[in-house]
Structure formats: C-alpha cells, structure tokens
Design a protein around this ligand. Structure first.
Ligand SMILES: Cc1cc2nc3c(=O)[nH]c(=O)nc-3n(C[C@H](O)[C@H](O)[C@H](O)COP(=O)(O)O)c2cc1C
Length: 314
C-alpha cells in the first residue's frame, strides 16, 4: 500500500499499530509486529519500571525497526517509567488514560514522537492542543478500558476527523483488512489493533485466555464497572459477580472491594477464566484462530488491498 502520514511519522511499512495491552504485549509481540512492517508497542501498564527496561532492551535486540511504548498515565511509577523510556532511547510513546498536557512537552523535548489515545472529540481537541503528533480515537467496541460516552468507531472517527488536523489512528473493532479500509474511508490514516493481537502466538496472554477469545461470539462481551474505570470484559463468572453486585445496589467502595487487586493479571496472564478479569473487544466474535503476529499483519494488508479492488467496482 502507499505511504501516508502515519507510515511516514513512524517510518513503518504498513499503517497498522499493534496496541499496547496489559499482560499481552511484551517485547516478543512488539518486535514481531515491527519486523512484519507494522508498529509494535510494548504495554508498560502491567510492568514494573525495571521489567519495562528489560522488555525495551530485548525488543531492541529482536528488531532494528521502530517500536514504541504505551503508557497508561494512571501508572503509580510514572516518573520512573518515563525516565527509563528516555534513557533507553525509545522514539515513540503512546499515552492513554490521563491528561496529555502532563507529559507531552517533556517527551517531545527528548525527541520522542507522542501519540495520545482518546474516546471523544473533546479529548481529541485537548490532545491536539497539548501538541501530540497524532491521535488514536478508540470506539466503544474496543477491548480494555474505554470511554464513558459509548461512541462507536463508526461515529467517532468521522467526528474526530472533522475537528482535528493531525494524523488520526482508528481503534476499536478493527481486526481485518476490510474494517481497516472502512475506517480509512472514514478519515483515519492508520489503525490500532488490540484484540486481534491477543490471539497471536507472541502475545504473553495465557493460552486459556487466547482460546477464550477465539471461542467468544457476538454479544459475549460487555462494558462494565463504569463507576471505577469503564472496561469491556468477557461475560465470565467474575463479570456475573459484578452484575449481581449491581443488582444488589453495590456502592463504589463495594465494587472496588469486589474487583480487588490483580484481577486482570489473574485472568489474562495466569489463566483463571472464572475469577479473573478478561479484557477483550466486541471484535473477538470475528477472531477464529491463534496465529503468528506477522501473519495477522500480512493477512490484513492482503485483505485491505483486495477490498480496495472490490470497492472500486461498486
Ligand atoms: C487485553 C487488553 C489490554 C489492553 N490494555 C491497554 C493498555 O494497557 N493501555 C491502553 O492504552 N490500551 C489498552 N487496551 C486497549 C488497546 O490499546 C486498543 O486501543 C483496543 O484493544 C482496540 O480495540 P480492539 O480490541 O477492538 O482492537 C487494551 C486492550 C485489550 C484487549
């Protein structure tokens, strides 16, 4: 495919970004995607600072292509995380879940390309104002933590496109070349793909979670825990326990207590399919196999090109 603003910004071949994802995207996945011509992101959200340093070092050894780090800004050791990113010479950072004003200037002074993840037009404008180089606009169908406004990708991308001038990356519900083409028609310059890469050989997710993603059908995920931080989950036993708590009028404190600590790790990394928190997108309904990340990238691009030809005949 042709080069565009996103491939040029990151110096990559294909405008496919593998999302930073807790308990899924370490150096193995990020380097595999980088070597396949996309942009791989290490997900710092589930890493202690020194663990992140290890992953960055291993990623540098595994690829000579650009890669980045995703930093959810709720992170307790944020100063240390950013220090390591700068020390290790990482050239691309995707920030999420926080105010883009806090870190953008400092990162950019250190020569880093900064992208911020948003779920609404309002926050897209704030991110652009903060001076980021590009925006990820993530729709309601996405896996993981999500916006409160429930705006779907189909509506969000053209709405953000109307208001911002910097490069735009679409996320939420994209797992195929056809959906990639669709969001690019709506105004995106590239795509950020999460759930599809969970079901890849290189994801560090537990095999039982990967299999659960493959088995999931339409309607098997739900956005919940809006009072804490809205998150889209597979409807397993833990999810049912949360629903029961809602029915019994649980307070925010009670919900926090029910969530407890390390639920996400327990489910997605340790493989407890009943008690763990299993974050995945609606698009899991369209994921039918676990395969190498490079094949996911190659198939998406192939399907994208085929779909372009089909569309030209309409
Ligand atoms: C298992 C999982 C973990 C995630 N963790 C993070 C994270 O740590 N930081 C972040 O910004 N987004 C996170 N996300 C959201 C993704 O970065 C991405 O935007 C989203 O998955 C895109 O939607 P899709 O799942 O429909 O492809 C996560 C998503 C999943 C499925």
């Amino acid at each position: 495919m042709n080069q565009n603003r996103i491939t040029q910004l990151f110096r990559i071949k294909h405008p496919i970004i593998q999302a930073g994802m807790v308990w899924a995207s370490g150096w193995r996945l990020a380097s595999a995607v980088a070597n396949a011509g996309g942009l791989g992101l290490i997900g710092a959200g589930s890493m202690y600072p020194e663990v992140l340093r290890e992953h960055i070092k291993k990623c540098k050894a595994a690829t000579d292509k650009p890669f980045g780090v995703n930093v959810p800004m709720l992170y307790p050791d944020l100063d240390k995380i950013m220090e390591i990113i700068i020390e290790e010479g990482v050239s691309i950072v995707f920030t999420s879940a926080g105010n883009p004003k806090t870190w953008t200037a400092h990162l950019k002074e250190n020569g880093i390309t900064v992208v911020h993840v948003v779920s609404s037009v309002k926050f897209a404008l704030k991110a652009q104002e903060a001076g980021v180089d590009a925006i990820v606009a993530e729709g309601f169908e996405a896996g993981g933590h999500n916006g409160r406004d429930e705006t779907t990708t189909l509506t969000l991308i053209p709405s953000v496109k109307e208001k911002i001038s910097i490069p735009l990356i679409a996320a939420g519900g994209i797992a195929t070349g056809r959906s990639m083409l669709a969001v690019m028609v709506l105004g995106a310059d590239g795509v950020q793909v999460g759930s599809r890469f969970v079901a890849s050989n290189e994801a560090s997710s537990h095999i039982l979670f990967k299999q659960k993603v493959v088995e999931a059908g339409e309607g098997d995920t739900q956005l919940t825990l809006k009072e804490l931080a809205p998150v889209r989950l597979i409807k397993n036993k833990f999810y049912q326990d949360v629903q029961r708590a809602y029915e019994n009028g649980a307070s925010v404190e009670q919900l926090k207590e029910l969530l407890g600590r390390a639920r996400a790790k327990r489910g997605m990394f340790e493989g407890d399919m009943d008690e763990g928190e299993l974050e995945i997108g609606q698009v899991s309904a369209l994921i039918h196999d676990i395969k190498p990340a490079a094949l996911i990238v190659a198939e998406m691009i192939h399907e994208f090109e085929e779909a372009k030809v089909q569309v030209s005949k309409l």
